[in-house]
Design a protein around this ligand. Sequence first.
Ligand SMILES: Cc1cc2nc3c(=O)[nH]c(=O)nc-3n(C[C@H](O)[C@H](O)[C@H](O)COP(=O)(O)OP(=O)(O)OC[C@H]3O[C@@H](n4cnc5c(N)ncnc54)[C@H](O)[C@@H]3O)c2cc1C
Length: 410
Amino acid sequence: MDCDILIIGAGFTGLSAALHLSELEQDVVVVDAVEPGYGASGRNGGQVIPGLKLYPEEVRKQLGDEKGNAVINATNRSADLVFDLIKKYQIDCKANRNGFIQPAFSNTSCGVIRSRVELLSKLGAPVELLDKETTAEYLGTSSYFIALLDKRGGSLQPLSYARGLAKAAIRQGVKIYSNALVNKIKPLQDRWQASTQKASINANRILICTNGYSDLNNNPGLWPGLNRSIIPLHSFQVATQPLSNKLRQSILPHGHVASDTKRLLNYFRLDHEGRLILGGSGNIYEGKSIRDFSHIVKRIQSLFPQITEPQFEFYWSGKIALTMSGLPHIHEMAPGVYSGLGYNGRGVGMATLMGQWLAELVTDGGQIPGMLPLTTIKPIKLQSFRKPVITATYFWKSLQDRVEGRQKPI
Ligand SMILES: Cc1cc2nc3c(=O)[nH]c(=O)nc-3n(C[C@H](O)[C@H](O)[C@H](O)COP(=O)(O)OP(=O)(O)OC[C@H]3O[C@@H](n4cnc5c(N)ncnc54)[C@H](O)[C@@H]3O)c2cc1C
């Protein structure tokens, strides 16, 4: 098979890149080892949150004021991009834009929330600082002190969004192949050749969009060092049975989504059928039985004691990709070969934006305002010892959260 641009990985990054490239009338093929949305994109919490996970002060510290501000501004429009694509391509994914709440769980994090509200207000974002009573009313739990309300955020059904992007791209002429695990990429004269078990695809340019699934099926890696440039970690979620009308009036009654300020954060929302979906940090291993999810179940019980006998309908996990800097990575590994990954668990908006950046980069190659800097791949040292390191880090962060959580409101 032959194409101009080959995209490996059909999550939000790869599908957004494909859709944006199709708007530029490029000849695009997308392949996925399993199917569109198989990775984090089909399994996530469905919270559309503008901006980067990393706090703005830290972004500026790492990139300098000028570049940092440009990146903060550009990434702040990631939620707009998601909702614009949904509207433009009529994607049925139960999207709503009722706002994102970030509640503070300690005095220390109240400071963070206040400065975030101040900074975002200066940028003209529609944000508000919620006092303790309003936070409790909007969330349905009195566990938090104050909160940031960002009206640009919202929610969607993630697998439907991924499939909707794929359908829109197909309508625009993109070819998408499932069950096509690429196991090798090699140069072929002045082009590239990617091989799956059944086929070879020759392309002028390649985008590798495999994020936390870069080591799928123990694939040694499509590009040297790429697997080891991120730390894949499972995030765990459970969904209750649809809540009664009475409970829906007390828990997230205005349809907000929420992710708190803990190091091992809790994120929760009601889905379109009234299930409470709550997620949190997981493990290096995939969650399999409900027992693996007992820590998440306990959080539901402590945050929402009004659900007296919670019944759980679904539980699942998926892999996020952490980076050492907390910033996503964008690489040009060789002429015409690019990758974008490492959203640190905040990728519904960011991966969609990354796809747009990759599409512009691969066609234009010029300066894209507000894009993160292109970097070289830096494999994380000791990544092979990640299991004990992650386990130790997990306990350390959970201890810090517990100590900080004992602070009394000032
Ligand atoms: C449980 C969970 C909850 C989350 N909640 C939120 C949230 O509420 N809000 C938010 O903003 N972010 C959230 N995230 C993060 C967000 O889902 C991800 O950042 C985003 O989906 C990443 O998209 P992606 O396309 O880069 O990667 P993925 O969606 O992981 O896609 C990678 C794809 O590459 C394919 N692939 C891998 N190797 C190969 C190969 N060799 N050949 C072919 N194909 C290959 C895989 O099959 C997969 O489909 C969450 C993540 C998880 C796991």
